[in-house]
Ligand binder design. Structure first.
Ligand code: NAD
Ligand code: IPM
Ligand code: MN
Length: 365
């Protein structure tokens, strides 16, 4: 029997609700696939601020570093929005990504046939969309220095940040983009703002240079404003997108609406070595927290990515993905993906239905 230690970071808002579902799905899948999971739950974000006064306690980071993979729910909430920067839940999440060195964030957006009607786009536009955004996660304007608050010559308050990328930072995320594209349709679109920003000019130059190492991948470049428009106009033109930290953040939320809901999109964050970090792309959804309304599928699918990319447990990952699709086939929907003719359920019930499907499926291979 294989055995792994997983750090669970439920976080805030709907985080604990969706992570509880994913934990049960992992346990049952493990027991059916001959895998034993040892779960360690640790605080992060607002819940860590309330418990110990910092958004990423050393113990949480150390536990995460010493485990085989990390599953995070979400962080943040109104209660901490006015905190100073170093005491914001979001700062804890950025410290975690940085501390684990997970620079490559893989965010797939797949429109399932079962959910075409949940998309706000026309069926012809949304159906069969299947793309991946490879987002740089530990650099760019999120981390660049100088940053801070100050005053200008007129003694007016200013806030400032720096978008900065080194050649090696661009190269390593670029390579992930090419590798991901190579395993898919062989089409890579690099998204930047090279008509205006120096950091993007270097980005485009380095990505163009890398292309000679990947003759089987067809590389194109697009400005981010156009990319935001093209994602809605004709999303099927995209296969793999590689982009910087902030553009990837924004474009992945946009891409989630092609699929019907942000409550469906998982992500995997990987570094050079050490455990990966797996999290849904959505936030803590304070507007629905504690009401059993959250869609847990983004987190359940993140658990599947954890098995596949974090542990190499492909059969177990496949079992979870198939169970999610079967649950949708059986007509169960949380409010965010509900359409007429389907069965409206809450977060817990959705989890129970996924468990039934996990249980009834044969191992994938
Ligand atoms: P959000 O993603 O939390 O919510 C946006 C909207 O989507 C809300 O209407 C919410 O109800 C809905 N939604 C999100 N996830 C859902 C799910 N699983 N099921 C059903 N509906 C869902 O974004 P926001 O409102 O901009 O941010 C709220 C808080 O979350 C902020 O504090 C923000 O900083 C934080 N945040 C955290 C993460 C993260 O932990 N990775 C990501 C984004 C935002
Ligand atoms: C995400 C979130 C985070 C980000 C915030 C909460 C720091 O929006 O994971 O997409 O901007 O990366
Ligand atoms: Mn985001």
């Amino acid at each position: 029997e294989r055995s792994y230690t997983l750090t669970l970071l439920p976080g805030d808002g709907i985080g604990p609700e969706v992570v509880a579902v994913a934990k049960e799905v992992l346990s049952l899948t493990g027991s059916l696939e001959g895998i034993k999971f040892h779960f360690i739950e640790m605080p992060v974000g607002g819940s860590a601020l309330d418990a110990v006064g910092v958004p990423l306690p050393d113990e949480t980071l150390n536990t995460a570093k010493n485990s085989d993979a990390v599953l995070l729910g979400a962080i943040g909430g109104y209660k901490w929005d006015k905190n100073e920067k170093h005491l914001k839940p979001e700062t804890g999440l950025l410290q975690l990504r940085d501390g684990l060195g997970v620079y490559a964030n893989i965010r797939p957006a797949v429109v399932l046939p079962q959910l075409v009607d949940a998309s706000t786009l026309k069926k012809e536009v949304a159906e069969r969309v299947n793309l991946v955004i490879v987002r740089e996660l530990t650099g760019g304007i999120y981390f660049g220095k100088p940053r801070g608050f100050g005053t200008n010559d007129n003694n007016e308050d200013i806030g400032f940040n720096t978008e900065k990328y080194s050649a090696s930072e661009i190269d390593r995320i670029g390579r992930v983009g090419f590798e991901v594209a190579r395993k898919r349709n062989g089409k890579l679109c690099s998204v930047d703002k090279a008509n205006v920003l120096e950091a993007s000019m270097l980005w485009r130059q380095r990505i163009t240079m890398l292309a000679s190492e990947y003759p089987d991948v067809e590389l194109s470049h697009m400005y981010v404003d156009n990319a935001a428009m093209q994602l809605i106009r004709d999303p099927k033109q995209f296969d793999t997108i590689v982009t910087n930290n902030i553009f990837g953040d924004i474009l992945s939320d946009e891409a989630s609406m092609l699929t019907g809901s942000i409550g469906m999109l998982p992500s995997a964050s990987i570094g050079e070595s050490g455990p990966g970090l797996f999290e849904p792309i959505h936030g803590s959804a304070p507007d629905i927290a504690g009401q059993d309304k959250a869609n847990p599928l983004a987190t359940v699918l993140s658990a599947a990515m954890l098995l596949k990319y974090g542990l190499g447990e492909e059969s177990a990952a496949k079992r979870i993905e198939t169970a999610v699709i079967e649950t949708l086939n059986r007509g169960f929907r949380t409010g965010d993906i509900f359409s007429s003719g389907t069965t409206l359920v809450g977060c817990k019930r959705m989890g129970e239905e996924v468990l039934k499907c996990v249980d009834s499926l044969m191992p994938a291979s």
